[in-house]
Design a protein around this ligand. Sequence first.
Ligand SMILES: *Cc1c(COP(=O)(O)O)cnc(C)c1O
Length: 362
Amino acid sequence: MTKRAYNFNAGPAALPLEVLRQAQEEFVDFQGIGMSIMEISHRSKQYEQVNDEAQALIKELLGIKSGYEVLFLQGGASTQFAMIPMNFQKPGQAAGYVLTGSWADKAIKEAQGIGETYVAASGQASGFRRIPDLGEIEVRPDAAYVHITSNETIAGSQYAAYPDTGSVPLIGDLSSDILCRPVDVSKFALIYAGAQKNLGPSGVTVSIIRDDLLQNEAKHLPTMLRYGTHSKSKSLYNTPPVYSVYIMNLVLKWIKGNGGLEAMERINRDKTKLIYDAIDGSGGFYQGLVEADSRSLMNITFAIGSEELEKKFIQESEQQGFVGLKGHRDVGHMRASTYNAVPYESCKALAEFMNDFRQRNG
Ligand SMILES: *Cc1c(COP(=O)(O)O)cnc(C)c1O
Protein backbone atom coordinates (compact mmCIF):
# COMPACT_ATOMS: atom_id res chain seq x y z
CA MET A 1 0.00 0.00 0.00
CA THR A 2 1.23 3.48 -0.90
CA LYS A 3 1.16 5.92 1.96
CA ARG A 4 -0.93 8.94 1.02
CA ALA A 5 -0.32 12.35 2.60
CA TYR A 6 -2.98 14.33 4.43
CA ASN A 7 -3.22 16.69 1.47
CA PHE A 8 -4.63 20.15 2.23
CA ASN A 9 -3.07 21.86 -0.79
CA ALA A 10 -4.97 24.86 -2.18
CA GLY A 11 -4.48 24.07 -5.87
CA PRO A 12 -3.53 21.96 -7.64
CA ALA A 13 -5.09 19.89 -4.92
CA ALA A 14 -6.06 16.40 -3.82
CA LEU A 15 -7.69 14.02 -6.30
CA PRO A 16 -9.77 11.02 -5.28
CA LEU A 17 -7.57 7.96 -4.78
CA GLU A 18 -10.08 5.83 -6.72
CA VAL A 19 -9.69 8.15 -9.72
CA LEU A 20 -5.90 7.98 -9.60
CA ARG A 21 -6.07 4.18 -9.38
CA GLN A 22 -8.37 3.89 -12.37
CA ALA A 23 -6.20 6.28 -14.38
CA GLN A 24 -3.19 4.18 -13.45
CA GLU A 25 -4.92 1.04 -14.60
CA GLU A 26 -5.85 2.59 -17.97
CA PHE A 27 -2.63 4.53 -18.40
CA VAL A 28 -0.89 2.47 -21.08
CA ASP A 29 -3.95 0.84 -22.61
CA PHE A 30 -7.16 2.84 -22.70
CA GLN A 31 -10.19 0.58 -23.13
CA GLY A 32 -8.24 -2.07 -24.97
CA ILE A 33 -7.04 0.13 -27.85
CA GLY A 34 -3.37 -0.56 -27.12
CA MET A 35 -2.60 3.13 -26.63
CA SER A 36 -3.15 5.72 -23.94
CA ILE A 37 -5.83 8.39 -24.25
CA MET A 38 -3.00 10.90 -24.83
CA GLU A 39 -1.79 9.11 -27.95
CA ILE A 40 -4.94 9.20 -30.06
CA SER A 41 -6.75 11.86 -32.02
CA HIS A 42 -9.03 14.21 -30.14
CA ARG A 43 -11.46 13.49 -32.98
CA SER A 44 -11.45 9.75 -32.33
CA LYS A 45 -14.67 8.19 -31.10
CA GLN A 46 -12.95 7.19 -27.84
CA TYR A 47 -11.98 10.73 -26.98
CA GLU A 48 -15.22 12.23 -28.20
CA GLN A 49 -17.01 9.90 -25.80
CA VAL A 50 -14.85 11.13 -22.89
CA ASN A 51 -15.51 14.75 -23.86
CA ASP A 52 -19.27 14.39 -24.40
CA GLU A 53 -19.74 12.33 -21.27
CA ALA A 54 -17.91 14.90 -19.12
CA GLN A 55 -20.08 17.71 -20.48
CA ALA A 56 -23.23 15.67 -19.86
CA LEU A 57 -22.12 14.76 -16.32
CA ILE A 58 -21.56 18.40 -15.39
CA LYS A 59 -25.08 19.21 -16.58
CA GLU A 60 -26.52 16.23 -14.76
CA LEU A 61 -24.74 16.97 -11.47
CA LEU A 62 -25.80 20.62 -11.57
CA GLY A 63 -29.36 19.80 -12.62
CA ILE A 64 -29.11 21.69 -15.92
CA LYS A 65 -31.86 20.52 -18.27
CA SER A 66 -31.56 23.09 -21.07
CA GLY A 67 -30.54 26.63 -21.90
CA TYR A 68 -26.83 26.30 -21.08
CA GLU A 69 -23.74 24.94 -22.76
CA VAL A 70 -20.77 23.43 -20.99
CA LEU A 71 -17.46 24.43 -22.57
CA PHE A 72 -13.96 23.12 -21.90
CA LEU A 73 -11.42 25.90 -22.41
CA GLN A 74 -7.73 26.52 -21.80
CA GLY A 75 -5.77 29.31 -20.20
CA GLY A 76 -7.17 28.82 -16.70
CA ALA A 77 -9.70 30.92 -14.85
CA SER A 78 -7.28 33.81 -15.35
CA THR A 79 -8.02 33.85 -19.08
CA GLN A 80 -11.74 33.98 -18.26
CA PHE A 81 -11.04 37.21 -16.37
CA ALA A 82 -10.26 38.75 -19.79
CA MET A 83 -12.60 36.79 -22.06
CA ILE A 84 -15.66 37.85 -20.08
CA PRO A 85 -15.33 41.62 -20.58
CA MET A 86 -14.03 41.10 -24.14
CA ASN A 87 -17.07 39.09 -25.13
CA PHE A 88 -19.89 40.67 -23.15
CA GLN A 89 -19.17 44.36 -22.66
CA LYS A 90 -20.40 46.87 -25.20
CA PRO A 91 -18.64 50.24 -25.58
CA GLY A 92 -19.75 52.61 -22.83
CA GLN A 93 -21.32 49.84 -20.77
CA ALA A 94 -19.94 49.27 -17.28
CA ALA A 95 -19.54 45.91 -15.58
CA GLY A 96 -19.99 45.49 -11.81
CA TYR A 97 -17.54 43.53 -9.66
CA VAL A 98 -18.07 42.46 -6.07
CA LEU A 99 -14.75 42.80 -4.29
CA THR A 100 -14.36 39.96 -1.80
CA GLY A 101 -10.60 39.30 -1.85
CA SER A 102 -7.57 38.56 -4.01
CA TRP A 103 -9.32 36.67 -6.79
CA ALA A 104 -12.12 39.22 -7.22
CA ASP A 105 -9.41 41.86 -7.28
CA LYS A 106 -7.55 40.05 -10.06
CA ALA A 107 -10.77 39.75 -12.05
CA ILE A 108 -11.62 43.45 -11.81
CA LYS A 109 -8.04 44.54 -12.55
CA GLU A 110 -8.10 42.51 -15.76
CA ALA A 111 -11.49 43.95 -16.73
CA GLN A 112 -10.33 47.51 -16.07
CA GLY A 113 -7.87 47.18 -18.92
CA ILE A 114 -10.67 46.21 -21.31
CA GLY A 115 -13.74 48.30 -20.44
CA GLU A 116 -15.47 50.34 -17.78
CA THR A 117 -15.99 48.73 -14.38
CA TYR A 118 -17.54 49.66 -11.03
CA VAL A 119 -17.28 48.11 -7.59
CA ALA A 120 -20.74 46.72 -6.87
CA ALA A 121 -19.90 45.99 -3.23
CA SER A 122 -16.70 45.58 -1.27
CA GLY A 123 -15.48 43.70 1.76
CA GLN A 124 -12.24 45.65 1.85
CA ALA A 125 -13.20 47.72 4.92
CA SER A 126 -13.65 44.52 6.94
CA GLY A 127 -10.28 43.18 5.74
CA PHE A 128 -12.24 40.69 3.62
CA ARG A 129 -13.46 38.95 6.77
CA ARG A 130 -16.96 38.68 5.35
CA ILE A 131 -18.90 38.40 2.10
CA PRO A 132 -21.03 41.55 1.60
CA ASP A 133 -24.76 41.17 2.35
CA LEU A 134 -26.59 40.41 -0.87
CA GLY A 135 -28.63 43.61 -0.41
CA GLU A 136 -25.43 45.68 -0.44
CA ILE A 137 -24.65 44.67 -4.02
CA GLU A 138 -25.35 47.50 -6.45
CA VAL A 139 -26.92 46.14 -9.62
CA ARG A 140 -27.01 48.97 -12.16
CA PRO A 141 -29.84 48.30 -14.61
CA ASP A 142 -27.62 49.11 -17.59
CA ALA A 143 -24.62 47.06 -16.38
CA ALA A 144 -23.13 44.58 -18.84
CA TYR A 145 -23.04 42.03 -16.01
CA VAL A 146 -22.28 41.66 -12.33
CA HIS A 147 -19.32 39.43 -11.44
CA ILE A 148 -18.90 37.58 -8.16
CA THR A 149 -16.23 35.25 -6.78
CA SER A 150 -18.18 32.45 -5.13
CA ASN A 151 -15.32 31.26 -2.94
CA GLU A 152 -12.26 33.33 -2.10
CA THR A 153 -9.62 30.63 -2.04
CA ILE A 154 -7.03 32.81 -0.31
CA ALA A 155 -9.18 34.65 2.27
CA GLY A 156 -11.29 31.56 3.05
CA SER A 157 -14.72 33.11 2.50
CA GLN A 158 -17.69 31.86 0.50
CA TYR A 159 -21.16 33.09 -0.45
CA ALA A 160 -23.82 31.25 1.54
CA ALA A 161 -26.40 32.32 -1.09
CA TYR A 162 -26.16 34.13 -4.41
CA PRO A 163 -27.59 37.55 -5.30
CA ASP A 164 -30.57 38.05 -7.53
CA THR A 165 -29.53 40.41 -10.33
CA GLY A 166 -32.79 40.42 -12.31
CA SER A 167 -32.23 40.96 -16.01
CA VAL A 168 -28.56 41.87 -15.52
CA PRO A 169 -26.43 38.79 -16.21
CA LEU A 170 -24.75 37.33 -13.11
CA ILE A 171 -21.30 35.85 -13.74
CA GLY A 172 -19.64 33.67 -11.14
CA ASP A 173 -16.06 32.52 -10.65
CA LEU A 174 -16.62 29.14 -8.98
CA SER A 175 -13.03 27.96 -9.48
CA SER A 176 -12.58 26.78 -5.91
CA ASP A 177 -16.08 25.62 -4.99
CA ILE A 178 -17.83 24.28 -8.08
CA LEU A 179 -19.63 20.99 -7.29
CA CYS A 180 -19.04 21.33 -3.53
CA ARG A 181 -22.81 21.77 -3.03
CA PRO A 182 -25.94 22.10 -5.14
CA VAL A 183 -26.20 25.40 -7.06
CA ASP A 184 -29.21 27.10 -8.63
CA VAL A 185 -27.57 27.57 -12.02
CA SER A 186 -30.59 29.56 -13.28
CA LYS A 187 -29.35 32.54 -11.25
CA PHE A 188 -26.26 32.72 -13.44
CA ALA A 189 -25.62 33.72 -17.04
CA LEU A 190 -22.11 32.28 -16.85
CA ILE A 191 -20.21 30.13 -14.37
CA TYR A 192 -16.54 29.37 -14.83
CA ALA A 193 -13.96 27.34 -12.96
CA GLY A 194 -10.37 26.28 -13.44
CA ALA A 195 -10.31 22.53 -12.82
CA GLN A 196 -7.39 22.18 -10.45
CA LYS A 197 -9.24 22.72 -7.16
CA ASN A 198 -12.43 20.70 -7.24
CA LEU A 199 -12.69 19.14 -10.71
CA GLY A 200 -9.42 17.52 -11.68
CA PRO A 201 -5.93 18.45 -12.85
CA SER A 202 -4.96 21.87 -14.17
CA GLY A 203 -5.15 22.48 -17.90
CA VAL A 204 -8.88 22.62 -18.46
CA THR A 205 -11.29 25.39 -17.50
CA VAL A 206 -15.02 24.77 -17.41
CA SER A 207 -17.39 27.48 -18.60
CA ILE A 208 -21.13 27.03 -18.26
CA ILE A 209 -22.75 29.62 -20.44
CA ARG A 210 -26.40 30.55 -20.99
CA ASP A 211 -27.51 30.32 -24.61
CA ASP A 212 -28.60 33.96 -24.96
CA LEU A 213 -25.10 35.19 -24.07
CA LEU A 214 -23.72 33.27 -27.01
CA GLN A 215 -26.11 35.16 -29.30
CA ASN A 216 -24.96 38.70 -28.51
CA GLU A 217 -21.23 38.32 -27.97
CA ALA A 218 -18.77 40.77 -29.47
CA LYS A 219 -17.24 40.17 -32.89
CA HIS A 220 -13.70 41.10 -33.93
CA LEU A 221 -12.04 38.97 -31.28
CA PRO A 222 -9.31 36.38 -31.85
CA THR A 223 -10.95 33.08 -32.69
CA MET A 224 -9.74 31.29 -29.56
CA LEU A 225 -11.04 34.06 -27.31
CA ARG A 226 -14.63 33.84 -28.55
CA TYR A 227 -17.02 31.65 -26.58
CA GLY A 228 -18.91 31.06 -29.84
CA THR A 229 -15.93 29.30 -31.38
CA HIS A 230 -15.92 26.69 -28.64
CA SER A 231 -19.67 26.25 -28.43
CA LYS A 232 -19.98 25.64 -32.17
CA SER A 233 -17.35 22.92 -32.02
CA LYS A 234 -18.36 21.18 -28.76
CA SER A 235 -15.05 22.42 -27.31
CA LEU A 236 -13.11 20.57 -30.01
CA TYR A 237 -12.16 23.57 -32.17
CA ASN A 238 -8.49 22.88 -31.60
CA THR A 239 -6.61 20.21 -29.65
CA PRO A 240 -8.03 20.11 -26.12
CA PRO A 241 -6.06 19.16 -22.98
CA VAL A 242 -7.13 15.55 -23.41
CA TYR A 243 -5.60 14.10 -20.27
CA SER A 244 -7.06 16.81 -18.03
CA VAL A 245 -10.51 16.28 -19.50
CA TYR A 246 -10.14 12.52 -19.11
CA ILE A 247 -9.25 12.79 -15.41
CA MET A 248 -12.05 15.32 -14.89
CA ASN A 249 -14.45 12.84 -16.46
CA LEU A 250 -13.38 10.27 -13.84
CA VAL A 251 -13.75 12.82 -11.03
CA LEU A 252 -17.28 13.64 -12.21
CA LYS A 253 -18.18 9.95 -12.18
CA TRP A 254 -16.70 9.68 -8.69
CA ILE A 255 -18.92 12.54 -7.48
CA LYS A 256 -21.97 10.95 -9.07
CA GLY A 257 -21.11 7.56 -7.62
CA ASN A 258 -20.80 9.11 -4.17
CA GLY A 259 -24.30 10.57 -4.23
CA GLY A 260 -23.96 13.81 -6.22
CA LEU A 261 -23.91 17.36 -4.91
CA GLU A 262 -26.26 16.91 -1.94
CA ALA A 263 -23.94 14.22 -0.63
CA MET A 264 -20.86 16.35 -1.38
CA GLU A 265 -22.33 19.21 0.64
CA ARG A 266 -23.21 16.93 3.55
CA ILE A 267 -19.72 15.45 3.67
CA ASN A 268 -18.05 18.84 3.21
CA ARG A 269 -20.09 20.28 6.11
CA ASP A 270 -19.12 17.33 8.32
CA LYS A 271 -15.47 17.66 7.31
CA THR A 272 -15.21 21.40 7.87
CA LYS A 273 -17.18 21.26 11.13
CA LEU A 274 -14.39 19.14 12.62
CA ILE A 275 -11.85 21.86 11.89
CA TYR A 276 -14.04 24.91 12.62
CA ASP A 277 -14.97 23.27 15.94
CA ALA A 278 -11.28 22.89 16.74
CA ILE A 279 -10.90 26.64 16.13
CA ASP A 280 -14.05 27.74 17.96
CA GLY A 281 -13.46 25.41 20.90
CA SER A 282 -9.87 26.51 21.42
CA GLY A 283 -10.66 29.37 23.78
CA GLY A 284 -9.02 31.85 21.43
CA PHE A 285 -5.83 29.82 20.82
CA TYR A 286 -6.84 29.53 17.15
CA GLN A 287 -8.52 32.51 15.52
CA GLY A 288 -10.63 32.10 12.39
CA LEU A 289 -9.90 34.76 9.77
CA VAL A 290 -13.48 34.92 8.46
CA GLU A 291 -16.78 35.69 10.18
CA ALA A 292 -18.95 32.66 10.85
CA ASP A 293 -21.65 33.31 8.21
CA SER A 294 -19.07 33.84 5.46
CA ARG A 295 -16.90 30.84 6.22
CA SER A 296 -15.85 28.62 3.35
CA LEU A 297 -16.54 24.91 2.96
CA MET A 298 -13.38 24.63 0.88
CA ASN A 299 -10.64 26.80 2.40
CA ILE A 300 -10.37 27.21 6.16
CA THR A 301 -8.11 30.08 7.26
CA PHE A 302 -6.94 30.61 10.82
CA ALA A 303 -4.18 32.17 12.89
CA ILE A 304 -2.34 31.37 16.11
CA GLY A 305 -1.30 34.16 18.50
CA SER A 306 2.39 34.30 17.57
CA GLU A 307 4.47 33.90 14.47
CA GLU A 308 6.72 31.52 16.38
CA LEU A 309 3.86 29.18 17.24
CA GLU A 310 2.60 29.30 13.66
CA LYS A 311 6.03 28.23 12.42
CA LYS A 312 6.08 25.43 14.96
CA PHE A 313 2.57 24.38 13.93
CA ILE A 314 3.58 24.10 10.28
CA GLN A 315 6.78 22.25 11.13
CA GLU A 316 5.14 19.71 13.39
CA SER A 317 2.21 19.23 11.03
CA GLU A 318 4.63 18.40 8.21
CA GLN A 319 6.41 15.88 10.41
CA GLN A 320 3.07 14.19 11.00
CA GLY A 321 2.22 13.89 7.32
CA PHE A 322 0.10 17.01 6.76
CA VAL A 323 0.75 18.95 3.58
CA GLY A 324 -0.23 22.43 2.44
CA LEU A 325 -1.28 24.08 5.71
CA LYS A 326 0.77 27.23 5.27
CA GLY A 327 -1.42 30.19 4.39
CA HIS A 328 -1.11 32.03 1.07
CA ARG A 329 1.74 34.56 1.07
CA ASP A 330 -0.80 37.43 0.74
CA VAL A 331 -2.61 36.50 3.96
CA GLY A 332 -0.08 34.45 5.92
CA HIS A 333 -1.16 32.31 8.89
CA MET A 334 -2.74 28.91 8.12
CA ARG A 335 -5.06 27.53 5.49
CA ALA A 336 -6.53 24.06 5.18
CA SER A 337 -8.15 23.39 1.81
CA THR A 338 -10.85 20.76 2.17
CA TYR A 339 -11.99 20.18 -1.40
CA ASN A 340 -14.36 17.35 -2.34
CA ALA A 341 -11.52 14.86 -2.77
CA VAL A 342 -10.02 15.50 0.69
CA PRO A 343 -11.18 12.53 2.79
CA TYR A 344 -13.09 12.92 6.06
CA GLU A 345 -10.25 11.01 7.75
CA SER A 346 -7.72 13.70 6.78
CA CYS A 347 -9.93 16.39 8.35
CA LYS A 348 -10.42 14.29 11.47
CA ALA A 349 -6.67 13.80 11.77
CA LEU A 350 -6.11 17.55 11.35
CA ALA A 351 -8.69 18.43 14.02
CA GLU A 352 -7.01 15.97 16.39
CA PHE A 353 -3.60 17.40 15.61
CA MET A 354 -4.91 20.93 16.24
CA ASN A 355 -6.39 19.96 19.61
CA ASP A 356 -3.22 18.18 20.62
CA PHE A 357 -1.02 21.09 19.52
CA ARG A 358 -3.18 23.51 21.51
CA GLN A 359 -2.93 21.38 24.64
CA ARG A 360 0.83 21.26 24.37
CA ASN A 361 1.29 24.95 23.53
CA GLY A 362 -1.75 26.80 24.87
C1 LIG B 1 -7.24 29.40 -8.50
C2 LIG B 1 -8.25 30.44 -8.78
C3 LIG B 1 -8.23 31.23 -9.95
C4 LIG B 1 -7.10 31.14 -10.96
O1 LIG B 1 -7.16 29.98 -11.65
P1 LIG B 1 -6.11 29.65 -12.84
O2 LIG B 1 -6.76 28.47 -13.47
O3 LIG B 1 -4.80 29.36 -12.20
O4 LIG B 1 -6.04 30.82 -13.73
C5 LIG B 1 -9.24 32.14 -10.14
N1 LIG B 1 -10.23 32.29 -9.24
C6 LIG B 1 -10.28 31.55 -8.12
C7 LIG B 1 -11.41 31.75 -7.17
C8 LIG B 1 -9.30 30.61 -7.85
O5 LIG B 1 -9.35 29.87 -6.73
